[in-house]
Design a protein around this ligand. Structure first.
Ligand code: ATP
Length: 255
């Protein structure tokens, strides 16, 4: 069981998570926050013990044992300028990374745009989804799945999975972890206006792939090049010979 009181004591935010919804089982927490008017308050966090349709990008699945991990979504309705979205995406993975480092002193690596890895294994995945009205984003939902206390994984994934418990060798308090992540995330949101360069540099300092050869998979096609940089707008800069190309996170897989 998730102890909401314990979570609440550690929560140090003004808005993020102040409206907190705890569910036993849902289809997808992102879907609920995106599509139902029942939950429409900026900063609402919906935590579900089990998601029968937990998803990653492109309808890939996110598989997570009930009750052992954290799968939650954060609803954002304010400050949704188009150019903030890339930073919210990077910032969500940064918030998770900062908490894992600070609470468990583990070394965390970030993979563009938003995977969180420990020892080259994936510990968290993040999925941003939005609803727009005209060309204005009306709702943005940040879905985060973290392997917290799950001891082992039955399914084989492209990137091997791990959990914080497996790396830290102790049972992890989900309440403390979630509140800490939300504290960090709210801090990052307040930096969007004036210190997005700090979000970017903090993110990049945890990305070990910059300067490395990478493969970008886009549907049936693959591109090879050097990951030259993540630019000031949060796009990936792929260098192929003399040319550099900007890659948007929407439809690509990075290997
Ligand atoms: P990738 O990280 O594989 O490059 P992605 O960034 O699109 O792809 P996400 O959308 O974050 O991935 O998550 C979905 C993918 O994560 C699935 O395709 C599966 O390979 C993997 N996956 C699913 N459940 C878990 C889990 N509990 N732990 C680690 N990886 C998982």
């Amino acid at each position: 069981m998730f102890n909401i009181e314990e979570f609440d004591i550690k929560l140090d935010t003004e808005v993020i998570g102040r409206n907190f919804v705890y569910c036993d089982e849902v289809g997808s927490s992102n879907r609920l926050l995106l599509e139902t008017d029942e939950y429409s308050k900026h900063g609402t966090v919906l935590l579900a013990e089990f998601q029968s349709q937990g998803r990653g990008r492109k309808e890939r699945v996110w598989l997570s044992n009930s009750g052992q991990n954290l799968t939650f979504s954060i609803l954002l309705k304010e400050k949704l300028k188009e150019n903030y979205v890339n930073f919210i995406n990077l910032g969500a993975s940064l918030a998770v990374a900062q908490s894992i480092e600070n609470l468990y002193q583990l070394k965390v690596e970030l993979k563009w745009p938003n995977d969180v890895l420990i020892n080259k294994k994936k510990v968290a995945g993040i999925l941003l989804e939005s609803v727009s009205r005209g060309n204005k984003i009306d709702r943005l939902v940040v879905g985060i799945g973290i392997n917290v206390n799950q001891p082992s994984f039955q399914t084989k994934f492209e990137i091997p999975p791990t959990s914080i418990r497996s790396e830290f060798n102790e049972l992890i308090s989900r309440e403390r972890l979630l509140s800490d992540i939300l504290n960090n995330f709210e801090n990052i949101l307040t930096m969007l206006h004036h210190s997005s360069d700090k979000i970017l540099s903090d993110w990049k300092s945890r990305c070990k792939m910059i300067g490395e050869k990478i493969k970008i998979i886009e549907g049936e096609n693959a591109k090879y090049g050097i990951l030259e940089d993540i630019n000031e707008k949060g796009f990936l800069v792929l260098k192929q010979g003399e040319n550099s190309e900007l890659i948007h996170y929407g439809d690509v897989t990075l290997r």
